[in-house]
Design a protein. Structure first.
Length: 178
């Protein structure tokens, strides 16, 4: 594999997590590029053409889904993995539709991310669970879906969900968005 083929872009606003990922992938022979926001990502792409990308779902006030869409448009062959501490079915589906190869919940290790890079298709033998989705899970997925629709604007999301902004903020505090 050439150096170009091992070039990785990490789009992550958490500096310590990005630094840890960077070091880990560099030890595995990747040339690692970093961006903290969609704007930083565009600057990197002006001069580089990475083959792999790891994108955090929530980048400050921006959505990582926008980055996934732009990365896929920039190079449809780029292997994109989305990481999030705020996983939901809605954003997983959107990430895949926008061009991500895989969607992993944090904390995901380097081994898991690298395995996701090489997975080219789904697993038809994945077990189906008979357990119904709980009301809390459905509520959480709806909240997250609305946050994505509003580009993580809490006030607008609360308005669309028909709840007070403080109520939504308390719910989000209980289940941290990272």
């Amino acid at each position: 594999m050439t150096d170009d083929a091992r070039s990785l872009l990490i789009v992550e606003d958490d500096e310590s997590f990005a630094r840890t990922l960077r070091r880990s992938f560099e030890r595995r022979g990747y040339q690692v590029l970093s961006a903290r926001s969609p704007e930083d990502m565009r600057l990197v792409l002006a001069n580089q053409r990475p083959q792999y990308a790891v994108v955090d779902l929530k980048l400050g006030t921006s959505s990582g889904l926008t980055c996934v869409q732009e990365l896929h448009a920039f190079d449809p062959e780029m292997v994109i993995v989305v990481l999030t501490g705020f996983a939901s079915i809605a954003t997983a589906v959107e990430a895949i539709k926008l061009g991500a190869r895989h969607y992993l919940a944090k904390p995901a290790g380097t081994d898991e991310i690298e395995a996701a890079f090489s997975r080219e298709s789904g697993d038809a033998s994945a077990p189906l669970t008979a357990r119904p989705t709980s009301i809390k899970t459905l509520e959480w997925e709806r909240i997250h879906e609305t946050l994505v629709e509003t580009d993580f604007n809490i006030s607008e999301a609360a308005r669309r969900l028909g709840m007070h902004r403080r109520t939504l903020a308390r719910k989000l505090e209980k289940r941290r968005v990272t």
